[in-house]
Design a protein around this ligand. Structure first.
Ligand code: SAM
Length: 284
């Protein structure tokens, strides 16, 4: 079944009485070049189990299933299940989990479904929840090797920014702490049905299995990072005082220890400085 043929897609959707949910970020890929490229760049290959987040009608799921050993796809919208039964009927290596990915126990899922296969994540992410999903995947220390996802162009810019620059955010620190990130290619808004108001890009995060901090220090580090970026225009001393209740004097002393002025803002600190600042503040 050709799931990038507009006539075919419209026929399936109307036969099932399906209408797009804007709230769930439902923009389905109809450009035939995109899904094979995501699958090929995203470790969908022999020896790999792939987790997909948000199947839509299964256009990417099918390309992943053609190449990977097994695909486990998490989709929140129950209305898509009868459609997927039809569109993915040719594949016996796909399992659909009808859940909110943010509530899903992915550790258990990987253990139960992939039986020691190497694991990757591939998705055209729902845009309303892009950063929370990526942060969740990173912070839960899942045994995954790569995350290859389509995101809005602005989100791609933030993800691929350099830590310590104006374009960076908590998510930039996240991807650079847990691995390395690169933009693979741009995707125009006309590649989707319905077309969104912005263009997109596909990025790939390669994850390191070793982490620089132990779990407790890591949790504290990301509290500091998120607090700082939640009020990025304020000075770090002000944002950490208001969000985490850390006395300003302690922040000043920590900033001084990493050679930064009292008025520094979080976006001015590079990765090494952020880690050193957090370690200093954690000492109490
Ligand atoms: N992969 C399909 C494609 O490329 O055509 C669909 C991508 S569409 C941008 C995002 C999909 O994510 C939708 O099918 C939507 O229902 C699903 N979704 C939205 N929020 C979700 C959540 N919290 N958990 C799992 N799936 C979600």
């Amino acid at each position: 079944m050709n799931l990038t043929n507009i006539g075919t897609v419209k026929e399936i959707l109307s036969r099932h009485g399906f209408s797009f949910s804007k709230g769930l970020g439902q923009n389905f890929i109809i450009n035939p070049d995109i899904c094979p490229k995501i699958a090929e760049n995203g470790n969908a290959a022999e020896g790999f189990g792939v987790i997909e987040i948000g199947t839509g009608i299964g256009v990417l799921t099918a390309e992943l299933a053609k190449r990977a050993e097994k695909v486990v796809a998490v989709e929140i919208d129950t209305r898509l299940l009868p459609i997927l039964e039809e569109t993915l009927a040719d594949f016996d290596n796909v399992k659909i989990i009808n859940e909110d990915v943010m509530k899903c126990d992915l550790h258990r899922l990987i253990g139960e479904e992939f039986h020691g296969l190497r694991t990757a994540v591939c998705a055209n992410l729902p845009y309303y929840i892009t950063s929370p999903i990526i942060m969740m995947l990173l912070e839960s220390r899942l045994p995954i090797e790569s995350i290859t996802v389509m995101v809005q162009k602005e989100a791609a810019q933030r993800l691929c920014a350099r830590v310590g620059t104006r374009d960076s955010g908590a998510i930039t620190v996240g991807v650079n702490y847990y691995g390395t990130v690169k933009k693979l290619f741009d995707v125009s808004r006309g590649s989707f049905m319905p077309a969104p108001n912005v263009d997109s890009a596909v990025i790939r995060i390669d994850l390191c299995s070793e982490h620089r901090l132990d779990e407790e220090s890591e949790r504290f580090f990301f509290k500091v990072v998120k607090a700082g970026f939640s009020q990025r225009r304020k000075t770090l001393a002000n944002s950490l005082a208001s969000v985490m209740g850390i006395p300003k004097e302690r922040v000043y002393a920590a900033l001084e220890s990493i050679g930064m002025p009292q008025a520094a803002r979080i976006e001015q600190l590079d990765m090494e400085q952020l880690i050193a600042l957090s370690a200093e503040l954690m000492k109490g």
